[in-house]
Design a protein around this ligand. Structure first.
Ligand code: TXA
Ligand code: MG
Length: 329
């Protein structure tokens, strides 16, 4: 059931559901989450079951404010404190050492925990109402089945899990791709997942160089956001440059069918069976619509999606990352 997220009654109903150990579709500025009380191992197990996600994969725990951090984190390095100051509330997740005994299941059994304070007004209102009732955090992975494209509208969440799930409608997500994740447990900041907040911003805020995972040994294979085949539409996705796209369309000619092309450059096809869709020139605008476009193309029954490879520039890093994973599926 989809309820208007800005209504006080809906927030109250959501808190009640969460206290009863139920799941909730939660709007955030990045993507919609599938939320449960992070303190309840039973409720958290329901997330894993609903998503079809292996139970040793760590989830992100959403907190109302920096005080929520004290509940879940054993310690906060100076550079992590500076990141919180600079970017919370907002699309940044920090991996921190976990306080023993809290959020065990949400953390997938790891001795660290991913924490994020979202900026979306509905998420903020809900987290505040939860905190007032003693719920210190909501475990919430993206509200999609394992390996599928993340949802950016309430309707997407319903499409994934059906109408029995309570979903707070917060409109279309503004950022559109998942939060930037910085691991703060290794003494130096390490980028685990690129997002709207870019490397340069992170480095400027924490005053340290941001390491990449492959610079350091022992990358964590359980961090499923870092698996290659992820964020995939049902259609096969291929990344190509602009020239190859037009050449491919010319080659297929009128025979082309059930093919979609998503590109920044204008293209032409002689076939009515080809869906041509323009990608915004602006990286943030492209991120905002990316998952909704992939879902819409799936719904239109295309078998193949050709995507123009985004520029190799910092502002496109998040979109490039998601597309690369989708193409690897
Ligand atoms: O934007 C977002 O972050 C969205 C919205 C709903 O907030 N949430 C999200 O959650 O993307 P999820 O569960 O799909 O992403 C979880 C990822 C894991 O795949 C892993 O990469 C990282 O977060 N993660 C979480 N806890 C971790 C931990 N303790 N150690 C290492 N990585 C962790
Ligand atoms: Mg996800």
């Amino acid at each position: 059931m989809i309820l208007p997220g800005e209504s006080d009654e809906a927030i109250a109903a959501a808190v009640q559901a969460l206290r009863a150990g139920e799941l909730l579709g939660l709007p955030t500025e990045t993507v919609y989450g599938l939320a449960a009380d992070a303190a309840s191992d039973v409720a958290v197990a329901r997330i894993f079951a609903a998503k079809g996600r292996p139970a040793d994969h760590p989830l992100i725990v959403h907190v109302a404010d920096a005080e929520g951090v004290a509940h879940f984190a054993a310690q906060l390095p100076d550079f992590a404190q500076r990141l919180i100051q600079a970017f919370w509330p907002g699309p940044l997740t920090l991996i921190l050492p976990r306080r023993p005994g809290v959020g065990q299941a949400a953390a997938g059994g790891q001795d660290s925990i991913g924490l994020r304070c979202p900026a979306h007004p509905v998420a903020r209102a809900l987290l505040k109402a939860c905190a007032a009732q003693g719920l210190h955090g909501l475990a919430a992975p993206s509200a999609n089945r394992f390996g599928r494209v993340s949802p950016t509208t309430a309707a997407h969440v319903r499409d994934e899990f059906g109408d029995a799930l309570l979903v707070l409608d917060g409109g279309a997500c503004q950022v559109g791709i998942e939060s930037t994740i910085v691991d703060c447990t290794r003494g130096v900041p390490v980028l685990l997942r690129p997002g709207q907040i870019g490397r340069a911003q992170v480095e400027a805020a924490c005053g340290q160089r941001l390491r990449s995972q492959d610079e350091l040994q022992a990358p964590d294979p359980r961090a499923s956001g870092t698996l290659e085949a992820h964020y995939a539409p049902s259609a096969k996705l291929r990344l190509m440059d602009a020239r190859a796209l037009q050449d491919g369309l010319d080659l297929l000619g009128r025979e082309a069918a059930r093919l979609a092309v998503y590109a920044r450059v204008p293209l032409k096809s002689p076939s009515a069976g080809v869906i041509l869709r323009r990608m915004p020139e602006d990286a943030a605008a492209a991120a905002q619509e990316l998952f909704a476009v992939l879902r819409a193309l799936d719904d239109q029954g295309v078998r193949l999606i050709w995507v123009e490879a985004p520029p190799d520039t910092p502002e496109w890093e998040g979109v490039r990352d998601r597309l690369r994973r989708a193409a690897a599926a």
